[in-house]
Design a protein around this ligand. Structure first.
Ligand code: HEM
Length: 401
């Protein structure tokens, strides 16, 4: 191995990783990157579908507790193993369950209609800010009892949490100044909200459920607060990548849009295929618990493993013609965009609901929007997150009706 195939920090790897993924899968199914993090840790990269599945599901060999010291080691679901993870996850599942999501349909549709009608007020609009960020933040913020007038703060806090993940994954903390102070501010705010709810009847939202879990002694105060803001962080950026990217693709590919407009029952398959091809979370981290041998390479116990969901989802060993969007794909639900195993995303049903409401509402009015050729959509440069950071649309209110 002479030249390094990937540089975790390079924009190329973040923006156009598909060829690199192919090379990794075919030539280096376990790719060793010595001293690859900002603090000099070795990284092992897993890119094939089968190996990514093993890393996500084999709890005896792969840990989610990736940090070795206590810096930013917050009690979050995503960075805990059993038995602590099992307890936290039970509380989450009770506070945020499928029944709750099923009841949200009309409320979500109302928010979608409101945001779309606000788009018509402009001749040009930046869609990521005006829609794809706004919808998940309003929905998840609303479910946590955060009033709409704090939406600017919510964005800042959510960004801070994402930055904290990136720092624990190896980003230099000096490159994201102020993130720690923002997290403390957010935590204090959530604590106040939770405090106000104590002893009051549950309104049937996530915060109510978490406060109940706290009062029953299932969650500590710190766990409740961290849980609340991990919903904001985990739910907003990922879903925003799906909504923005899904609309961009419909605007760029009129035949696909026409097909879906004619048969909206294919929307569910469109969502899964979009997620498979453009996984909003491109990679996750794990740490090996024991020595793990794969493809003749031994990853030593304690090794940091870069688990590339985005590559697994385009592995031809699992998906035929993996780079093609195929609405009739027989294994359309088998992608890893929401992870797998014990940490499988608890927000998957909610984000599918938001995407379905969004795409179905846009089909009939899609002709009123076009991508601005003067300002091509920009992909975000943040590590591990794939989606548009900026997408300007021209709005044509006279068309389409
Ligand atoms: C398109 C949208 C979404 C994508 C692609 C996505 C992706 C993921 C992935 C890959 C994981 C697994 C992490 C791991 O194994 O380390 C995960 C976990 C998680 N997601 Fe999502 N997510 C989305 C939406 C949401 C929403 C809307 C929420 C909440 C409102 C949410 C909350 C969470 C939480 C709390 C976890 C941690 C679960 C655990 O560790 O047990 N996500 N998500």
């Amino acid at each position: 191995m002479t030249t390094a195939l990937i540089d975790l920090a390079s924009p190329e790897y973040r923006l156009r990783p598909w060829d690199i993924y192919r090379q990794l899968r075919d030539e280096h199914p376990v790719y060793f990157m010595p001293e690859a993090t900002w603090d000099g840790e070795d990284v092992y990269v897993l890119s094939r579908y089968e190996d990514v599945g093993i890393a996500l599901k084999d709890k005896a060999r792969f840990s989610s507790q990736i940090q070795q010291d206590n810096y930013m080691n917050l009690p979050m679901l995503v960075n805990r193993d059993a038995p602590e993870h099992t307890r936290l996850r039970h509380s989450t599942n009770r506070a945020f369950n499928a029944r709750l999501v099923r009841q949200l349909g009309d409320w979500v549709q109302g928010l979608v209609d409101e945001l779309i009608s606000e788009l018509y007020e402009h001749e040009q609009v930046e869609f990521v800010d005006a829609y794809s960020t706004a919808l998940p933040l309003r929905v998840v913020g609303g479910m946590l009892g955060v009033p709409l007038d704090r939406k600017a703060d919510l964005r800042r806090w959510s960004q801070a949490v994402m930055n904290s993940f990136a720092v624990s994954a190896g980003l230099d903390p000096d490159s994201v100044p102020g993130f720690f102070e923002d997290i403390v501010e957010f935590s204090n705010y959530m604590e106040e909200l939770a405090h106000e709810r104590r002893g009051k009847p549950n309104r049937g939202d996530i915060l109510g459920g978490l406060v109940e879990e706290h009062e029953a002694g299932e969650l500590t105060r710190d766990e409740l607060v961290t849980m609340a803001w991990s919903f904001i962080a985990a739910g907003h950026e990922t879903t925003m990548n799906l909504l923005g990217g899904g609309i961009e693709m419909l605007l760029r590919e009129p035949e696909l849009a026409a097909q879906l407009r004619e048969d909206p029952s294919k929307t569910a398959a469109y969502i899964e295929e979009y997620l498979r091809l453009n996984s909003p979370t491109q990679w996750l981290l794990r740490r090996t618990i024991t020595d793990v041998e794969l493809h003749g390479v031994t990853i030593p116990a304690g090794g940091l493993v870069h688990v590339v969901l985005g590559s697994a989802n385009r592995d031809p060993r699992q998906f035929e013609n993996p780079d093609v969007l195929d609405l009739s794909r027989p294994n359309v639900n088998r992608h890893f965009a929401f992870g797998a195993g014990a940490h499988f995303c608890p927000g998957s049903a909610l984000s599918r609901l938001l995407a379905e409401a969004t795409f179905n509402s846009f089909y009939p009015v899609l002709d009123r929007f076009s991508l601005d050729p003067e300002r091509p959509a920009q992909l975000r440069k943040q590590q591990g997150s794939y989606g548009f950071s900026e997408m300007w649309l021209n709005v044509h209110p006279e068309r389409g009706r």
